[in-house]
Design a protein around this ligand. Sequence first.
Ligand code: ZN
Length: 200
Amino acid sequence: MSETSEVIVPEAAGSETIADLARKMLIQLGEDPNREGLRQTPERFEKAMRFLTKGYAQSEDKILNGAMFSVCYDQMVLVKDIEVYSMCEHHLLPFFGKCHVAYIPDKKVVGLSKIARLVNMYALRLQIQERLTSQIAKAIQEKLAPQGVGVIVEARHLCMVMRGVEKQNSIATTSAMLGAFRENKQTRDEFLSLIRDAKP
Ligand code: ZN
């Protein structure tokens, strides 16, 4: 099994549910979990956390298999401004922004919507932005075997901006360049200029 196709199965967390733990956390924070506004919060929190980590139960095989097509097209394919919402694994706080994915096919392409789904799958796992970026690139490299793939993620991290670690507007940018995107400056420059082009 390749690194990108692994499905991480969380270890059993004992008998306490996430809702139980959230209730305890509220008490530790000095709150009264029985007051009206918080009464259903532990259950809502559990539901939200399950949703925000549902990418663990998905795999790139399921998303991409059956969605790849043979073509005689060898120009750059670009999907830009894919919205990304993920959670940093260091603080369990959201980071969000945009992802741009490009590749140059070598006989195989994939449905464009599948690329956004792939991004979303990795985003719905606890992440650091660097790994999110490289996992997307590696999955496309392994499944499509293109001439190259480039991925750029631009995101704002609430763990930074809310805690005042960085200036409120700082955006972290990460990139993963494989194949032609790594070896050929012209290809990389074309990708970067297409991303910077004014939005339609
Ligand atoms: Zn963080």
